[in-house]
Design a protein. Sequence first.
Length: 365
Amino acid sequence: MANESYWQSLYSKSEFELPAASKNHYDLIIMGGGLSGLSLAYWYEKKFSDQKVLVVEKKAIGSGASGQNAGFLTKGSFQYLHKLYKLFGLEKAFEIFRFAQQNIELITGEFDLKKTRDFQEQGSYTISSQFDSELLVIAKDHGFNFKLLDEPVFNPLGLKGKKIILDPSEKSINPLELCRSLVESLENTEILYDAIVEITEDPTFSLVTGNQTLTCNHLILGGFAPEIIFSSETWYQCKEELEFVKNEVLVTQPLKTKILGNYYDSDALGYFRQTADQRLIVGGYRQTTGGTLLEKFLNSFWTPSCMEERVEVSKEWVGQLVMSKDGLPIIKKLSKNNSIHLFTGFSGHGLGMIFHSAKELVSHL
């Protein structure tokens, strides 16, 4: 059960696939075959329809963080907005939130996800013992439709004494269905698997994988590729800006109890929701004390009316996520001639910024 992705278990590896690498030179090579890498390929093909793209992936499409999350199509919780406000001030915080809102609009505008597995439009709830009431008013004035609720009568969860803030615009998806939609839209993109890559610069760069040397005009390090070895100080420069956080995600067997919407527990837990077939997905930072993630959820939210139902875990994943020091993505040029870029740090946002960020980066190539 350990380190098994629920989303990956729904598909065979060949169910949605890119053609195998067949060239020695590409216009663009992207490290990472998850949502970040596929989004970059998507926007690059849109801008340069006649150019060739290669995605280099260690395991399978969406096998990293893209397939190990709850599928929140979100701009972030109300408490995340509060964090941005404290870090950057009001105007910057709202700018970041608008960018994330546009990300959701881009995804739903480019792809018809309503017909895919597990697409839901039930809003999201921030659960907290305290919140900034003044920021709630200001957020509404800036066009964000947060609503402060009393304990919702439609929900069986034990939320007494908690503040509940609803964002009715948010959605949830099966993240691999978005990967599938991206793959099916690509026409000039190939993939290379199981590659141990060395990148050299002299002054152009090439990728050495096995007995093959590949060259390209542009290189983007998408997601996180720790197997990359740089002959220069580039990798050291990247690593200094990143944090490595242990995360845990579990999925239960289908439950009789129905829970509506996406939930952020700002006090302790992390996040949770149900799939369309009523499996519970619970995620958060890995902790070594205070019980398991499931125990914490049950102790915090499972009310007497739910107690008779047995909750059994069917899938569980524990792994390392890559985040930036301030929690925002890192998108930057790593070479003087604009040919190599870093595109990482999205694990703190799930699906909140990847697609829009990929479009912005490609627009500058």
